[in-house]
Design a protein around this ligand. Structure first.
Ligand SMILES: [Zn+2]
Length: 202
């Protein structure tokens, strides 16, 4: 592995500097492997030398905890489905309603008229409130897009982030300011806001 030549803003050296993404990926590899890997960056940084295994070694529990600290930013809530446009839901419901009407008409004609009235009322209510429903849907969609953009941006910064194993800090080449590893996600969410808030008062 080629060592990055980024210089740590805290200790002014690149001796213990590694790319965060490389630590994370090699950590995942190390977790998956049932024997110590040769030249695994993660094991090199965090492992204890083991005489028996001949390589540096980290136990699985510690490994998992450590790897998660270097993980890239991800969505706060796991979204299973994208939001469905309200018009689509109403159209599907309408078609189902038509099928039901046909059934009722052929099997229980006495209920046809009340069923038709109910469907017409529901349809009318939707048409009257459609503008509001659409507006709310657009808002929700926009919020989802914004969150997606933010996460993509945060991942972009994460890809260029370095870790200094001597100071337990992360930093990037743009701001060159050491950030404690446990505050990495705060920093990634918005480096500017984070730095504004942590800057010592002058
Ligand atoms: Zn350092």
């Amino acid at each position: 592995m080629k060592k990055p030549d980024a210089v740590c803003p805290q200790c002014k050296s690149s001796n213990d500097v590694y790319k965060v993404s490389e630590i994370y990926l090699s950590g995942l590899e190390s977790i998956k492997s049932d024997r110590p890997l040769k030249n695994n960056v993660f094991d090199q940084i965090f492992g204890q030398p083991s005489q028996k295994l001949g390589e540096r070694f980290v136990d699985q529990t510690t490994k998992r905890t450590l790897v998660s600290k270097f993980a890239p930013p991800s969505s706060s809530k796991q979204r299973v489905s994208r939001s469905i446009p309200p018009d689509f839901i109403v159209a599907v419901t309408f078609i189902l309603g038509l099928f039901m009407l046909v059934q009722i008409y052929t099997q229980q004609p006495a209920f046809f008229l009340p069923a038709l009235v109910i469907i017409l009322i529901i349809g009318a209510i939707y048409l009257f409130t459609r503008k509001n429903i659409q507006a709310r849907f657009k808002e929700k969609q926009q919020a989802e897009m914004n969150e997606k953009d933010q996460i993509e941006e945060a991942i972009g910064i994460w890809m260029k982030l370095y870790y200094c194993a001597a100071d337990y800090t992360v930093f990037d080449q743009k701001h060159k300011i050491p950030v404690p590893l446990q505050e990495m996600n705060l920093y990634l969410a918005s480096p500017e806001t984070y730095l504004d808030q942590t800057r010592p008062a002058e």
